[in-house]
Design a protein around this ligand. Structure first.
Ligand SMILES: Nc1ncnc2c1ncn2[C@@H]1O[C@H](COP(=O)(O)OP(=O)(O)OP(=O)(O)O)[C@@H](O)[C@H]1O
Length: 924
């Protein structure tokens, strides 16, 4: 980790630069000497003042790229009309026309158009839901305005602004470095994955993207700190030009969608096969060719599941939106389904399990032992001075405890303030002569500062990391040599503080000489005198303990991966219930010594593990090992070095409030509140969405059986039993009555117990044998038996006997029309029963409550209205071939709904009695 403090401002003129890109809007001359560039941009090292910036924003417009160039809506709509399944229906319509049934042909066209309209609406809705997510995660950036550092939304950056770049920050606009040095990850722009060094000053000729002092929007700073003056914003940036050419990446199909697409095709093929098979069967049973063809077409149209896919996309999008409202912003639709099968969560500690609001709780000095930091701060003035000087945080108002910067440093400043020291950043920076920033691998930070007693080194960090650089400690009588006994004493005191869950930092220092200002880190951090240990308390978030318990009930293991002390980490883990069924603590050094096989064995042993003093790079190793064991891993991270682990995990979770831009970019999910409990909620939501998709697939599958059975009965009886359902009646079911309840099932609230069953195996398909049995066997056959029964009852009541003519003109024809209408109404009633049955997979309907999905009631209301219209409106009767039913028949048919639901309810009850209790399943 280089210690790149912002260096001297440069004003070096560079040789001539080639023009940026063909067609580029003329921008400032990037080759000009810096003072001319300032002049051209009407800016300076202090940045713009607020009013000027506001004016520029009005003139230049926001620093944003144009929204994704979506296909224009007529094109998107047209796509729905010509997708392969729709083409199949068009062909069916053409055939119907050829067969001389224009009404059927027209009805099929209506089916295609209505379905296209619905799919179009669903896709638009899904796209909007995802696009709206950006509002939950506004990118922010630090700029100098009138010499004062401020954080502003990245869209408000204007040319001439001076941007402050730091580790992990995204570069918000194109600019030229004016001071400092950084390493930049240019992969988004150039595809080059190795970060490149950029520093102010040098300016040889060459391609723009390779200029050593230019930085570009869309790239990220991985190391160092620098200031850059903005030369181009929005579309006038390199990435803006590229984006204008290529547009953004479109929606990638999730595994669930791929699976369902395959199933849809399979069903379409079966429908085609059934239709084709019906043609000869119909002819054999005595139908005319035209009639047989029409029925074949009807079967095909009834069973092509054209609406399945958009409904799933919409369900996923609705899941994404509801997650965003609950603090988890998902960056890929498909992540919703992966979330539901999460088996392991690797979480960090500070901020995720704890509140990240630290305050000093204990002070230990070699002279006085453990004491109170408030009371004893003034008795340890050197320690307080280390806390004051060796810091990047700003605490202008210690009484209120509010300021900006790292919570650990803010807490140490509170301790410094208790000793009466000035904790403002400005004062401190005036006296600072050199800084060696906090390095997560070394786990310490040092500064060299001017003090009233002369130049001094100040170091703070993890106790082991500081202690190894100390040669003495301060006792009452002065400085004494640090011998083995002294070290042991310090380590015992550390363990004592850490056992209380405190984050322990060591404070050390020494007088310095002028040589220390430019010296390397190892030289500066040597010969230190240990002043004190400070224990910081960071209480667990109250929401975490119940969330961990719910994870355990759901068969999810929670491991902690932290840079903190093992004892502290263990205390916090235990406080929130992690390791309730067995806890192992593994230090970073132990982890480094483990071979792959041993690590696999450790992770497979079933205990929850606290990995402490782990370097960010080791996180990747843990995630990889878990992946190797077949676990579905969610891992949290916030730093630049966490990015590889976030990318490798099934669900990379970044912290929206405290994380770096780099981590957010690498993550699949960003928590706007940084809370562990939100991860657990997201898993529950993922499970709900997946369950809901299965619910409406079940519902849609179930209606095929009662629609097909009348044809089978007709064919198998050799025509002795007339067709129980007409083709147009089938279309009326498909068209009017089915869609809305199916949509409503996609919004079903989570079933009770959704988090008390083990995670779904990754390989498990959305359509499982049990679901098919339930759809076709239980619900489908019950519905078919009831509706065919109703059909026969109406016919028999009119004096029909098998084989008696029922065609137009025959005496029995009016009764036959009435009987087919009874089948039609019966199927609708059965589907209402199926909708209620499909609401739960295991639980009873009573446990979810009848009124908890109001959308379903609306859908059913609509279904009933359409059915009534088809049965009682003369125009519809004429078109669809229905006859009004008397009240007694309707009442009888309505009983189908509770009967179908009741059969499924009984089956679920039977299954619940055989389900093993959770304790017998995978326990943690
Ligand atoms: N600003 C700092 N200056 C010096 N030392 C620090 C600073 N912040 C943290 N440390 C030390 O470095 C150790 C590791 O800190 P780091 O922030 O990398 O941990 P982490 O993995 O982010 O922890 P967590 O999992 O708790 O979030 C801490 O235990 C602490 O001793």
């Amino acid at each position: 980790m280089p210690s790149t403090a912002e260096g001297a401002t440069t004003g070096v003129a560079g040789p001539h630069h080639p023009p940026a890109a063909p067609g580029a809007v003329p921008g400032p001359d990037l080759d000009a000497p810096l003072d001319r560039l300032w002049h051209e941009l009407r800016s300076g090292p202090e940045g713009l003042d607020e009013r000027d910036a506001a004016r520029r924003l009005q003139v230049q417009g926001p620093n944003a790229l144009p929204a994704r160039s979506r296909a224009s809506w007529p094109r998107a709509l047209a796509r729905q009309v010509v997708h392969p399944l729709a083409l199949l229906l068009w062909a069916a319509s053409g055939l119907a026309l050829l067969a001389g049934t224009p009404v059927l042909a027209a009805a099929i066209v209506v089916v295609v158009l209505l379905n296209a309209g619905l799919a179009f609406w669903q896709e638009q809705h899904a796209e909007h839901a995802v696009a709206a997510l950006e509002a939950y995660l506004p990118a922010r950036t630090r700029v100098l305005r009138g010499g004062v550092a401020r954080e502003i939304p990245a869209v408000e950056v204007v040319t001439g602004d001076v941007v402050l770049l730091g580790e992990g920050a995204a570069v918000p606009a194109d600019g030229r470095l004016v001071s400092g040095a950084v390493e930049i990850d240019m992969s988004a722009l150039t595809g080059e994955s190795v970060p490149v060094a950029r520093r102010a000053g040098a300016h040889p000729p060459g391609p723009v993207l390779e200029a050593p002092d230019l930085v570009f929007r869309g790239t990220t700073c991985t190391v160092g700190s620098a200031r850059a003056v903005v030369t181009g914003t929005g579309v006038h940036t390199e990435i803006g030009r590229i984006a204008a050419l290529t547009g953004h990446v479109g929606h990638r199909e999730s595994p669930l969608e791929v699976q369902v697409r395959r199933v849809a095709w399979l069903i379409a093929a079966v429908a085609l096969g059934t239709g084709a098979a019906f043609l000869p069967i119909g002819l054999l049973a005595g139908l005319s060719f035209t009639a047989a063809l029409v029925f074949a077409i009807g079967l095909l149209v009834a069973n092509v599941p054209e609406g399945l896919l958009p409904t799933i996309t919409l369900a996923l999008a609705a899941g994404v939106r509801s997650l965003a409202r609950h603090g988890a912003v998902i960056r890929r639709l498909s992540a919703v389904e992966t979330l539901g099968s999460t088996t392991v969560i690797c979480t960090d500690k500070t901020g995720t399990l704890t509140r990240n609001r630290m305050r000093p709780h204990a002070l230990w000095t070699p002279a006085r032992g453990r004491g109170d930091p408030d009371r004893d701060a003034s008795a340890a003035p050197q320690a307080a001075r280390v806390a004051q000087r060796c810091s990047d945080a700003d605490l202008p108002n210690p009484a209120r405890g509010t300021g900006s910067g790292d919570p650990t440093e803010l807490a140490l400043l509170v301790f410094a303030a208790a000793a009466g020291l000035d904790t403002r950043a400005a004062t401190r920076l005036r006296d600072r002569r050199a800084v060696h920033p906090f390095d997560p691998v070394l786990t310490r930070m040092s500064t060299v500062d001017d003090t009233p007693d002369g130049l001094a080194v100040h170091t703070k960090g993890a106790v082991e990391a500081v202690l190894e650089r100390c040669t003495a400690l301060r006792r009452d009588g002065g400085v004494t040599e640090l011998d083995a006994a002294g070290r042991a004493e310090v380590l015992t005191a550390t363990a004592d503080l850490a056992a209380d869950g405190l984050r322990v930092l060591a404070l050390a220092g020494r007088p310095a000489g002028p040589g220390d200002v430019g010296a390397d880190r190892a030289a500066v951090e040597s010969g230190l005198v240990l002043e004190a240990l400070v224990g910081l308390v960071d209480p667990p978030r109250p929401s975490v303990r119940p969330a961990v318990a719910r994870c355990h009930a759901a068969g999810i293991a929670v491991h902690v991966v932290t840079g903190d002390h093992p004892v502290t980490a263990e205390a916090v883990a235990r406080a929130v219930g992690i390791g309730a069924h067995g806890l192992r603590v593994v230090g970073g050094a132990e982890l480094a010594g483990l071979r792959e096989g041993a690590l696999d064995a450790l992770l497979a042993a079933g205990d929850e593990i606290v990995f402490a003093r782990v370097a960010p790079e080791q996180k990747l190793r843990i995630v990889e090992a878990l992946g190797h064991l077949g676990e579905v891993v969610a891992v949290t991270g916030d730093g630049v070095n966490d990015a590889p682990a976030l990318r490798r995990a099934d669900i990379g979770v970044a912290m929206g409030a405290s994380g770096t831009d780099v981590a957010r970019e690498a993550a699949t999910m960003v928590l706007t509140d940084d809370d562990f409990a939100t991860i657990e909620r997201a898993v529950a939501e993922g499970r709900r969405v997946y369950d809901d998709v299965r619910k409406f697939v079940l519902y849609i599958f179930a209606h095929a059986v009662p629609e097909v059975v009348p044809f089978l009965v007709f064919a198998l009886s050799g025509g002795a039993v007339p067709l129980g359902l007409t083709v147009l009646q089938i279309l009326a079911i498909d068209l009017g009555t089915e869609t809305l309840p199916a949509l409503a099932l996609g919004r079903e609230p989570a079933e009770p117990g959704v988090m008390s069953r083990p995670p779904r195996p990754r390989s498990e398909g959305v359509i499982r044998p049990r679901m098919l049995w339930r759809a076709w066997g239980l619900l489908g056959l019950t519905s078919a038996a009831l509706t065919t029964g109703a059909f026969l009852v109406v016919l028999l009541r009119a004096g029909w006997t098998p084989g008696a003519p029922t065609g137009p003109g025959s005496a029995l024809h009016p009764a036959y029309v009435e009987a087919t209408t009874a089948t039609f109404v019966g199927i609708v009633a059965c589907q209402i029963g199926t909708a209620f049955a499909a609401r739960t997979e295991h639980a009873s309907l009573r446990s979810v409550g009848l009124g908890t999905n109001p959308l379903l009631w609306w859908g059913i209301g609509f279904e009933v209205l359409v059915t009534a219209a088809v049965v009682y409106l003369p125009v519809a009767q004429h078109l669809v071939g229905t006859a009004p039913l008397d009240a007694a028949t309707v009442a009888l048919l309505l009983c189908c709904a509770p009967l179908v639901w009741g059969v499924d309810e009984l089956d679920r009850w039977r299954r619940r009695r055989h389900v093993r209790p959770i304790s017998e399943r995978r326990t943690r």
